[in-house]
Design a protein around this ligand. Structure first.
Ligand SMILES: [Zn+2]
Length: 105
């Protein structure tokens, strides 16, 4: 029985982490995740240096959007980040709320 890629449904998938992905999808997802994680890290750094609460919140909106975009993979049991996106999202929402509440963090 030929394995199917969980992303594009093509037969002949290779084994990747917990689900089956073909070589093309595995590469595409890896690149997308890498790019989103890079953006999240860079924006976290910018947010820390930012003094204006409004600008901090705009950074946090981007961080949350990037993390939410990774959730679709977690829902399909495709490994992306460690800790998983759902855990990161909880932490990031708490950190964003701290900015709203105190004007710092
Ligand atoms: Zn595929």
């Amino acid at each position: 029985m030929m394995r199917r890629c969980q992303q594009c449904r093509r037969a002949g998938a290779v084994r990747s982490s917990t689900v089956d992905l073909c070589e093309d999808c595995n590469t595409a997802i890896t690149e997308e995740v890498h790019e989103r994680v890079r953006t999240i890290q860079e924006t976290l750094r910018k947010s820390k240096m930012e003094v204006s609460v409004g600008a901090k919140l705009r950074h946090w909106d981007l961080i949350l959007a990037q993390t939410e975009a990774l959730l679709k993979y977690e829902e399909r049991e495709i490994l992306t980040t460690c800790p998983p996106p759902s855990t990161l999202l909880e932490d990031f929402r708490t950190m964003r709320d701290t900015v709203l509440g105190k004007g710092e963090a």
